[in-house]
Design a protein around this ligand. Sequence first.
Ligand code: DGL
Length: 274
Amino acid sequence: MNNQPIGVFDSGYGGLTILKEIVEVLPEYDYLYLGDNARAPYGNKSFDTVYQYTLQSVKWFFEQGCSLVILACNTASAKALRSIQQNDLPELDQHKRVLGVIRPTSEVIGNYSKTHHVGVLGTTGTIQSESYLIEISKFFPEIIVAQEACPEWVSLVEENKYNTVEADGLVKLHIDNILQKDKDIDTFLLACTHYPLLIDKIKQHTPDGISVVSQGKIIAESLKDYLKRHQSLTENCSKNGSRVFFTTGDVVDFNAHASLFFGAEVLANKLILP
Ligand code: DGL
């Protein structure tokens, strides 16, 4: 059987919120998911560490036959994508492609805002990279972007603490902080693939009139469009409808949590990266 899946990568579970939407829009393709749970979170790691981990994972996807890999992790997209695209891909295989989530999100996020004030909520790594400030200004120069790092939100999700007093406190803290930076925000972008799991809590502490945007549907639509425009790459992606999951972490833990993110049963395999 021709097996050239589309690779989907995240530091852990978060990318499953993206894969879930991709599978809805493009069900016919084969997908190979890797969560680097053993080394998550990436959000507070150095530029070089995130780059090395991500590159190692991309090479693994290529070895599995993937011609296209999506970095479904904002932190990896912010810290590793450009180096991989510019420095590594030409040497590894110039016919393969690695895409991230920041650019496709930035291409449309301005359309959600009427006040032209957008609030970006992400990991420390994503926020410090200023990638969203840079990318959004290219597509929507009129949009004013306020940013807030919410480093604890990933742990709330990883540790299954969505509905706790601790979650209330930490979600409210960062929403209040970003609104203090800019009170005219009418759109929050959840610029971390873990945060959609906290969306009910985030909405609960978000004042009326502010919409909360997750990336899943945006990335799925953008990928559909990309595949349409890149026929030769599309032909290298197999279509048997398979979904295969790998984690570098504990498989039993992964399976228990992953179904929440993916919305369907997940039975993962263990990957040991050297
Ligand atoms: N899911 C990752 C993202 O979108 C963050 C999780 C982490 O810190 O590892 O940025």
